[in-house]
Write a protein that binds this ligand. Structure first.
Ligand code: SOE
Length: 386
Protein backbone atom coordinates (compact mmCIF):
# COMPACT_ATOMS: atom_id res chain seq x y z
CA UNK A 1 0.00 0.00 0.00
CA UNK A 2 1.37 3.43 -0.77
CA UNK A 3 0.46 6.70 0.86
CA UNK A 4 1.59 10.11 -0.46
CA UNK A 5 3.36 12.28 2.11
CA UNK A 6 3.29 15.89 0.93
CA UNK A 7 6.46 17.67 1.93
CA UNK A 8 7.39 21.36 2.07
CA UNK A 9 11.11 22.03 2.42
CA UNK A 10 12.02 25.43 3.87
CA UNK A 11 15.49 26.52 2.77
CA UNK A 12 17.29 25.80 -0.48
CA UNK A 13 20.91 25.73 0.67
CA UNK A 14 23.16 22.81 1.56
CA UNK A 15 20.60 21.08 3.80
CA UNK A 16 17.66 21.88 1.50
CA UNK A 17 19.52 19.95 -1.21
CA UNK A 18 20.48 17.07 1.09
CA UNK A 19 16.88 16.67 2.29
CA UNK A 20 15.33 17.03 -1.20
CA UNK A 21 17.64 14.32 -2.47
CA UNK A 22 16.76 12.05 0.45
CA UNK A 23 12.99 12.44 -0.06
CA UNK A 24 13.46 11.67 -3.76
CA UNK A 25 15.55 8.56 -3.10
CA UNK A 26 14.14 6.94 0.01
CA UNK A 27 11.45 4.84 -1.69
CA UNK A 28 13.92 3.60 -4.29
CA UNK A 29 15.91 1.80 -1.61
CA UNK A 30 13.59 1.17 1.36
CA UNK A 31 10.10 -0.39 1.37
CA UNK A 32 7.91 2.18 3.05
CA UNK A 33 4.20 2.95 2.77
CA UNK A 34 4.77 6.70 2.80
CA UNK A 35 5.90 8.14 -0.52
CA UNK A 36 7.29 11.68 -0.05
CA UNK A 37 6.05 14.13 -2.67
CA UNK A 38 8.05 17.35 -3.17
CA UNK A 39 5.04 19.63 -2.93
CA UNK A 40 6.56 23.04 -2.11
CA UNK A 41 9.76 24.83 -1.21
CA UNK A 42 10.57 28.16 0.42
CA UNK A 43 13.37 30.72 0.49
CA UNK A 44 13.30 34.40 1.39
CA UNK A 45 12.34 36.99 -1.23
CA UNK A 46 16.01 38.03 -1.74
CA UNK A 47 16.77 34.50 -2.93
CA UNK A 48 13.87 34.15 -5.35
CA UNK A 49 16.06 33.33 -8.37
CA UNK A 50 17.89 30.66 -6.45
CA UNK A 51 14.57 29.27 -5.23
CA UNK A 52 13.19 29.05 -8.76
CA UNK A 53 16.23 27.16 -9.96
CA UNK A 54 16.07 24.90 -6.90
CA UNK A 55 12.36 24.12 -7.43
CA UNK A 56 12.99 23.27 -11.07
CA UNK A 57 16.03 21.11 -10.42
CA UNK A 58 14.39 18.99 -7.74
CA UNK A 59 10.91 18.94 -9.29
CA UNK A 60 8.96 20.84 -6.62
CA UNK A 61 5.32 21.42 -7.60
CA UNK A 62 5.24 24.95 -6.13
CA UNK A 63 7.27 27.52 -4.21
CA UNK A 64 6.71 30.47 -1.92
CA UNK A 65 8.72 33.25 -0.28
CA UNK A 66 6.33 33.33 2.68
CA UNK A 67 6.85 30.27 4.87
CA UNK A 68 3.67 30.94 6.86
CA UNK A 69 1.61 30.28 3.74
CA UNK A 70 3.18 26.85 3.38
CA UNK A 71 2.54 26.04 7.03
CA UNK A 72 -1.13 26.96 6.56
CA UNK A 73 -1.61 24.90 3.39
CA UNK A 74 -4.01 22.00 3.88
CA UNK A 75 -2.33 19.91 1.20
CA UNK A 76 1.00 19.82 3.06
CA UNK A 77 1.61 17.07 5.62
CA UNK A 78 5.22 17.67 6.62
CA UNK A 79 7.24 20.84 7.18
CA UNK A 80 10.98 20.38 6.86
CA UNK A 81 13.03 23.14 8.48
CA UNK A 82 16.34 23.70 6.65
CA UNK A 83 16.47 27.48 7.16
CA UNK A 84 19.09 29.18 9.36
CA UNK A 85 18.92 28.51 13.10
CA UNK A 86 17.26 31.76 14.20
CA UNK A 87 14.09 30.76 12.29
CA UNK A 88 13.72 27.25 13.74
CA UNK A 89 11.75 28.35 16.81
CA UNK A 90 8.98 30.29 15.04
CA UNK A 91 8.62 27.83 12.17
CA UNK A 92 8.46 24.76 14.40
CA UNK A 93 5.89 26.31 16.73
CA UNK A 94 3.67 27.46 13.83
CA UNK A 95 3.98 24.06 12.13
CA UNK A 96 3.10 22.24 15.36
CA UNK A 97 0.05 24.46 15.86
CA UNK A 98 -1.01 23.65 12.30
CA UNK A 99 -0.74 19.92 13.13
CA UNK A 100 2.11 19.19 10.69
CA UNK A 101 4.69 16.44 10.94
CA UNK A 102 8.02 18.24 11.49
CA UNK A 103 11.59 17.56 10.45
CA UNK A 104 14.11 20.08 11.79
CA UNK A 105 17.80 20.52 11.03
CA UNK A 106 20.32 20.74 13.86
CA UNK A 107 21.02 22.51 16.12
CA UNK A 108 17.42 22.47 17.30
CA UNK A 109 17.41 26.08 18.48
CA UNK A 110 19.41 29.18 19.41
CA UNK A 111 19.15 28.36 23.14
CA UNK A 112 17.70 25.90 25.63
CA UNK A 113 14.84 28.32 26.40
CA UNK A 114 13.80 28.33 22.73
CA UNK A 115 14.18 24.55 22.50
CA UNK A 116 11.90 24.10 25.52
CA UNK A 117 9.15 26.15 23.87
CA UNK A 118 9.49 24.11 20.68
CA UNK A 119 9.28 20.81 22.55
CA UNK A 120 6.23 22.06 24.50
CA UNK A 121 4.53 22.99 21.21
CA UNK A 122 5.17 19.68 19.41
CA UNK A 123 4.23 17.63 22.46
CA UNK A 124 1.04 19.65 23.01
CA UNK A 125 0.09 19.18 19.36
CA UNK A 126 1.13 15.51 19.46
CA UNK A 127 2.86 15.75 16.08
CA UNK A 128 5.56 13.33 14.93
CA UNK A 129 8.95 15.04 14.79
CA UNK A 130 12.59 14.36 14.05
CA UNK A 131 15.81 16.34 14.33
CA UNK A 132 18.33 15.64 11.63
CA UNK A 133 21.45 14.56 13.50
CA UNK A 134 22.34 12.58 10.41
CA UNK A 135 25.59 11.07 11.62
CA UNK A 136 23.77 8.49 13.76
CA UNK A 137 22.81 7.02 10.37
CA UNK A 138 26.37 6.50 9.12
CA UNK A 139 26.51 2.67 8.99
CA UNK A 140 29.95 2.64 10.68
CA UNK A 141 28.67 4.80 13.57
CA UNK A 142 25.58 2.59 13.93
CA UNK A 143 27.99 -0.38 14.04
CA UNK A 144 30.01 1.47 16.73
CA UNK A 145 26.80 1.51 18.79
CA UNK A 146 26.14 -2.18 18.11
CA UNK A 147 29.67 -3.11 19.24
CA UNK A 148 29.12 -1.26 22.53
CA UNK A 149 25.75 -2.94 23.03
CA UNK A 150 27.35 -6.34 22.44
CA UNK A 151 29.64 -5.65 25.41
CA UNK A 152 32.77 -5.55 23.27
CA UNK A 153 33.96 -2.26 24.79
CA UNK A 154 33.00 -3.17 28.33
CA UNK A 155 33.46 -0.70 31.14
CA UNK A 156 34.24 2.60 29.38
CA UNK A 157 37.13 4.76 30.56
CA UNK A 158 37.58 7.36 27.82
CA UNK A 159 35.52 9.04 25.12
CA UNK A 160 37.32 11.35 22.68
CA UNK A 161 35.69 13.50 20.00
CA UNK A 162 36.97 16.05 17.52
CA UNK A 163 35.11 18.01 14.89
CA UNK A 164 37.49 20.19 12.91
CA UNK A 165 37.25 22.26 9.73
CA UNK A 166 39.30 25.10 8.21
CA UNK A 167 37.02 27.26 6.10
CA UNK A 168 37.01 30.43 8.23
CA UNK A 169 40.75 30.99 8.66
CA UNK A 170 40.95 33.89 6.19
CA UNK A 171 40.40 37.31 7.79
CA UNK A 172 38.63 38.37 4.59
CA UNK A 173 35.88 35.75 4.95
CA UNK A 174 32.74 37.81 5.63
CA UNK A 175 30.14 37.05 8.27
CA UNK A 176 26.48 36.81 7.29
CA UNK A 177 24.93 36.31 3.89
CA UNK A 178 23.94 33.09 2.22
CA UNK A 179 26.68 30.62 2.99
CA UNK A 180 28.34 32.34 5.93
CA UNK A 181 25.38 32.99 8.20
CA UNK A 182 27.03 30.45 10.51
CA UNK A 183 29.51 33.19 11.48
CA UNK A 184 26.79 35.63 12.54
CA UNK A 185 25.69 34.93 16.13
CA UNK A 186 22.31 36.60 15.61
CA UNK A 187 21.50 34.05 12.92
CA UNK A 188 23.43 30.99 14.12
CA UNK A 189 23.22 31.37 17.92
CA UNK A 190 26.76 30.11 18.46
CA UNK A 191 29.78 29.06 16.42
CA UNK A 192 31.37 25.63 16.41
CA UNK A 193 29.55 24.65 19.62
CA UNK A 194 26.09 24.65 18.05
CA UNK A 195 27.18 23.83 14.51
CA UNK A 196 29.74 21.07 15.01
CA UNK A 197 29.97 20.03 18.66
CA UNK A 198 26.19 19.53 18.69
CA UNK A 199 26.85 16.58 16.33
CA UNK A 200 29.65 15.27 18.57
CA UNK A 201 27.52 15.62 21.71
CA UNK A 202 24.53 13.93 20.09
CA UNK A 203 26.59 10.89 19.07
CA UNK A 204 28.57 10.87 22.34
CA UNK A 205 25.46 10.69 24.52
CA UNK A 206 23.90 8.13 22.16
CA UNK A 207 27.00 5.94 22.39
CA UNK A 208 28.21 6.57 25.94
CA UNK A 209 25.20 7.89 27.86
CA UNK A 210 24.58 11.25 29.51
CA UNK A 211 27.26 13.83 30.22
CA UNK A 212 27.18 14.96 33.85
CA UNK A 213 29.63 17.86 34.03
CA UNK A 214 31.67 20.00 31.65
CA UNK A 215 34.42 22.58 31.73
CA UNK A 216 35.11 24.51 28.53
CA UNK A 217 37.25 27.12 26.85
CA UNK A 218 36.28 28.96 23.67
CA UNK A 219 38.23 31.29 21.39
CA UNK A 220 37.33 33.79 18.69
CA UNK A 221 40.50 34.21 16.65
CA UNK A 222 39.27 36.88 14.26
CA UNK A 223 37.36 39.42 16.26
CA UNK A 224 35.91 41.58 13.47
CA UNK A 225 34.64 40.72 10.02
CA UNK A 226 32.84 42.56 7.29
CA UNK A 227 29.13 41.74 7.35
CA UNK A 228 27.86 40.54 3.97
CA UNK A 229 24.44 42.20 4.45
CA UNK A 230 25.48 45.63 5.78
CA UNK A 231 28.95 45.89 4.19
CA UNK A 232 30.24 47.18 7.57
CA UNK A 233 33.03 45.70 9.67
CA UNK A 234 31.29 44.25 12.72
CA UNK A 235 32.29 42.42 15.88
CA UNK A 236 32.34 38.62 15.62
CA UNK A 237 30.43 37.02 18.49
CA UNK A 238 30.63 33.34 17.66
CA UNK A 239 33.11 30.83 19.05
CA UNK A 240 35.64 29.91 16.34
CA UNK A 241 36.98 27.07 18.48
CA UNK A 242 35.79 25.27 21.57
CA UNK A 243 37.38 22.60 23.73
CA UNK A 244 35.79 20.97 26.70
CA UNK A 245 36.32 18.20 29.20
CA UNK A 246 33.35 16.08 30.19
CA UNK A 247 32.51 13.59 32.90
CA UNK A 248 29.91 11.05 31.85
CA UNK A 249 27.33 9.57 34.23
CA UNK A 250 28.95 6.14 33.73
CA UNK A 251 32.20 7.50 35.21
CA UNK A 252 34.17 7.75 31.98
CA UNK A 253 36.07 10.91 31.01
CA UNK A 254 35.60 12.73 27.74
CA UNK A 255 37.47 15.30 25.67
CA UNK A 256 35.81 17.31 22.92
CA UNK A 257 37.61 19.59 20.48
CA UNK A 258 36.16 21.65 17.65
CA UNK A 259 37.54 24.41 15.48
CA UNK A 260 37.17 25.96 12.05
CA UNK A 261 40.90 26.81 12.12
CA UNK A 262 42.46 23.37 11.65
CA UNK A 263 44.26 23.93 8.34
CA UNK A 264 43.68 20.94 6.07
CA UNK A 265 40.78 19.51 8.07
CA UNK A 266 37.58 19.80 6.04
CA UNK A 267 34.97 17.76 7.88
CA UNK A 268 37.15 15.87 10.33
CA UNK A 269 34.80 14.37 12.88
CA UNK A 270 36.29 11.56 14.90
CA UNK A 271 35.17 9.60 17.91
CA UNK A 272 37.03 7.02 19.98
CA UNK A 273 36.04 5.01 22.98
CA UNK A 274 38.43 3.01 25.16
CA UNK A 275 37.00 0.36 27.46
CA UNK A 276 38.07 -2.60 29.49
CA UNK A 277 37.29 -5.13 26.73
CA UNK A 278 38.21 -3.13 23.65
CA UNK A 279 38.35 0.17 21.80
CA UNK A 280 36.53 1.63 18.80
CA UNK A 281 37.52 4.53 16.53
CA UNK A 282 35.69 6.31 13.70
CA UNK A 283 36.78 9.13 11.36
CA UNK A 284 34.20 10.81 9.12
CA UNK A 285 36.84 11.55 6.48
CA UNK A 286 37.10 7.74 6.10
CA UNK A 287 33.39 7.05 6.60
CA UNK A 288 33.05 3.43 5.53
CA UNK A 289 35.77 2.23 7.92
CA UNK A 290 35.31 1.40 11.59
CA UNK A 291 38.41 0.57 13.60
CA UNK A 292 38.06 -1.91 16.44
CA UNK A 293 40.59 -3.26 18.91
CA UNK A 294 39.56 -6.52 20.57
CA UNK A 295 41.06 -7.26 23.97
CA UNK A 296 38.63 -9.51 25.89
CA UNK A 297 35.74 -11.88 25.21
CA UNK A 298 32.57 -9.96 26.17
CA UNK A 299 30.90 -13.11 27.53
CA UNK A 300 33.69 -14.15 29.92
CA UNK A 301 35.78 -10.99 30.16
CA UNK A 302 38.76 -13.27 29.50
CA UNK A 303 41.72 -11.86 27.57
CA UNK A 304 41.85 -12.94 23.92
CA UNK A 305 44.58 -10.54 22.83
CA UNK A 306 47.53 -12.48 21.46
CA UNK A 307 50.51 -12.04 19.12
CA UNK A 308 48.14 -11.55 16.14
CA UNK A 309 45.98 -8.90 17.79
CA UNK A 310 45.89 -5.42 16.33
CA UNK A 311 43.43 -2.75 15.31
CA UNK A 312 40.93 -4.17 12.80
CA UNK A 313 39.78 -1.94 9.94
CA UNK A 314 36.23 -3.08 9.25
CA UNK A 315 34.98 -2.11 5.81
CA UNK A 316 31.36 -1.44 6.77
CA UNK A 317 29.67 -2.55 3.54
CA UNK A 318 28.42 -6.08 4.30
CA UNK A 319 24.76 -7.05 4.30
CA UNK A 320 25.15 -7.73 8.06
CA UNK A 321 26.09 -4.11 8.69
CA UNK A 322 23.50 -1.48 9.67
CA UNK A 323 21.53 -0.14 6.64
CA UNK A 324 23.82 -1.86 4.12
CA UNK A 325 21.44 -4.56 2.91
CA UNK A 326 19.34 -1.74 1.39
CA UNK A 327 22.26 -0.48 -0.69
CA UNK A 328 24.76 -2.22 -2.95
CA UNK A 329 26.73 -5.45 -2.81
CA UNK A 330 29.48 -5.92 -0.19
CA UNK A 331 32.52 -3.77 -0.89
CA UNK A 332 30.56 -0.97 -2.57
CA UNK A 333 30.55 2.13 -0.41
CA UNK A 334 27.84 4.70 0.23
CA UNK A 335 28.41 8.38 1.09
CA UNK A 336 27.34 11.51 2.93
CA UNK A 337 23.95 11.89 1.23
CA UNK A 338 22.94 8.36 2.21
CA UNK A 339 22.94 9.27 5.91
CA UNK A 340 19.93 11.51 5.22
CA UNK A 341 18.20 8.79 3.19
CA UNK A 342 18.78 6.25 5.99
CA UNK A 343 17.39 8.83 8.46
CA UNK A 344 14.21 9.41 6.48
CA UNK A 345 13.79 5.65 6.03
CA UNK A 346 13.83 5.28 9.83
CA UNK A 347 11.50 8.25 10.28
CA UNK A 348 8.96 6.89 7.79
CA UNK A 349 9.15 3.49 9.50
CA UNK A 350 8.33 5.20 12.81
CA UNK A 351 5.28 6.88 11.21
CA UNK A 352 4.19 3.41 10.10
CA UNK A 353 4.21 1.97 13.62
CA UNK A 354 7.90 1.05 13.78
CA UNK A 355 10.41 2.00 16.46
CA UNK A 356 10.15 5.59 17.77
CA UNK A 357 12.47 7.84 15.82
CA UNK A 358 15.44 9.24 17.71
CA UNK A 359 16.58 11.90 18.10
CA UNK A 360 13.23 13.64 18.34
CA UNK A 361 12.97 17.23 19.57
CA UNK A 362 13.00 16.27 23.24
CA UNK A 363 16.22 14.36 22.74
CA UNK A 364 17.74 17.21 20.68
CA UNK A 365 16.78 19.60 23.49
CA UNK A 366 19.11 17.62 25.73
CA UNK A 367 21.96 18.22 23.25
CA UNK A 368 21.00 21.90 23.23
CA UNK A 369 21.28 21.91 27.00
CA UNK A 370 24.78 20.45 26.92
CA UNK A 371 25.79 23.05 24.28
CA UNK A 372 24.39 25.88 26.42
CA UNK A 373 26.23 24.57 29.50
CA UNK A 374 29.49 24.29 27.53
CA UNK A 375 29.18 27.94 26.51
CA UNK A 376 28.23 28.91 30.05
CA UNK A 377 31.28 27.12 31.43
CA UNK A 378 33.54 28.91 28.92
CA UNK A 379 32.01 32.21 30.00
CA UNK A 380 32.45 31.73 33.74
CA UNK A 381 35.64 29.65 33.53
CA UNK A 382 34.33 26.91 35.81
CA UNK A 383 32.92 23.40 35.80
CA UNK A 384 29.17 23.33 35.19
CA UNK A 385 26.73 20.52 36.07
CA UNK A 386 24.33 19.58 33.31
C1 SOE B 1 29.11 23.51 8.34
O1 SOE B 1 30.23 23.77 8.93
C2 SOE B 1 28.54 22.10 8.27
O2 SOE B 1 27.88 22.12 7.06
C3 SOE B 1 27.56 21.80 9.39
O3 SOE B 1 26.55 22.77 9.49
C4 SOE B 1 26.97 20.43 9.20
O4 SOE B 1 26.06 20.10 10.21
C5 SOE B 1 28.12 19.43 9.16
O5 SOE B 1 27.62 18.16 9.03
C6 SOE B 1 29.09 19.77 8.05
O6 SOE B 1 29.54 21.09 8.25
Amino acid sequence: MSKPLNVAVLGCGFMGRAHSNAYSQVNHFFDREHQPVLKACYAREQEKDKLEAFAKRWGYESMDTDWRKLVEREDIDLIDVCVPNFMHHDVVIAAAEAGKIIVCEKPLAMSLAEAQEMVDAVEKAGVANMVSFNYRRVPAIALFKQIIEEGRVGRPFHYRATYNQDYTIGADVPQGGMALWRLDSRVAGSGVTGDLLAHSIDTAEWLNGPIKRVVAHTETFIKQRKHADTGKVEKVDIDDACMFLAIFANGSMGTFESTRYARGRKNYSTMEMNGENGSVFFDLEDPHILQYFKYADPATGRKIEDHLTGWQRIHVTNFEHPYMKNWWVPGCTIGYEHTFINGFADFLASLEGGEKFMPDMRSAMRTQKVCDMVLESAKIGQWVDI
